[in-house]
Ligand binder design. Structure first.
Ligand SMILES: [Zn+2]
Ligand SMILES: [Zn+2]
Length: 243
């Protein structure tokens, strides 16, 4: 043992799991190791928001968001809706997932999404899982690609290959563009890897939040153009304006 290992060893001995949202210590006999009972209730409650299209709860609907072209994908699995600026438990969880490499949260969301995806993939062959890779700047900032980690965790749960199908290319800022220009920029911002074979595959495209949908729509276009037969989006949250 080296003396430099000591802080690490001590912290492991005294490590107490804390709630990912409110940071209180979790009870010892805790089922998921991620949320305290109160934040868990808040999160479960946030899952009961209804979809504006099919009127079932978000956690059960498979619709694409109303402003996304119907042809973008066959289905979209989502867990919650995300309101910028609101004090939702799920928003804090997504923030933590994005910026800190928290394996417990990763496991939590992978379990949640896998549960929703099981009936979608059940009985069908040739499914693979993939993700939109982060840009270099975001990677430098956060030190890891949470969408990539989510995709591999999801792949393990569903017994499906998790593949890195896309490469990122810098295509300018997206924010000030019109919708059409944003879609074009998003499409140009990614390319399929040269060795990516998607012909005849059913592809689950996983990401944390679907905001404008431009990225997912653009990646789906690449996939379809290369012969993918089914495309399913799987996100933790869809952004929606506060009613
Ligand atoms: Zn809590
Ligand atoms: Zn719906």
């Amino acid at each position: 043992m080296k003396i430099s290992d000591l802080p690490n060893i001590i912290s492991r001995l005294f490590f107490v799991p804390k709630c990912a949202v409110c940071n209180t210590r979790l009870p010892l006999s805790h089922p998921d190791g991620v949320l305290c009972p109160i934040c868990r209730l808040r999160y479960e409650n946030e899952k009961t928001v209804t979809c504006p299209v099919c009127a079932s709860v978000l956690g059960e609907c498979l619709c694409l968001p109303p402003d996304m072209p119907k042809s973008a994908a066959h289905k979209m699995v989502k867990l919650v809706s995300y309101h910028p600026g609101a004090e939702d438990a799920s928003a804090d969880m997504i923030f933590a997932l994005k910026h800190h490499a928290t394996t417990d949260l990763l496991r939590f969301f992978a379990d949640e999404l896998a549960l929703r995806l099981l009936p979608v993939v059940n009985g069908k062959e040739h499914f693979v899982v993939t993700y939109p890779p982060r840009g270099r700047k975001a990677l430098r900032h956060d030190g890891y690609d949470h969408a990539a980690s989510l995709a591999s965790a999801l792949g393990r749960r569903l017994h499906l290959p998790a593949l890195s199908l896309f490469r990122r290319r810098y295509a300018g800022q997206q924010k000030k563009l019109s919708r059409t220009a944003r879609l074009a920029a998003a499409r140009a911002g990614y390319t399929l890897r040269r060795n990516a074979s998607v012909k005849g595959k059913r592809v689950i495209l996983v990401d944390d939040i679907c905001t404008t949908g431009a990225t997912l729509t653009a990646l789906a276009k690449h996939l379809r153009a290369s012969g993918a037969r089914e495309i399913v989006f799987a996100v933790i949250a869809v952004t929606s304006a506060r009613a």
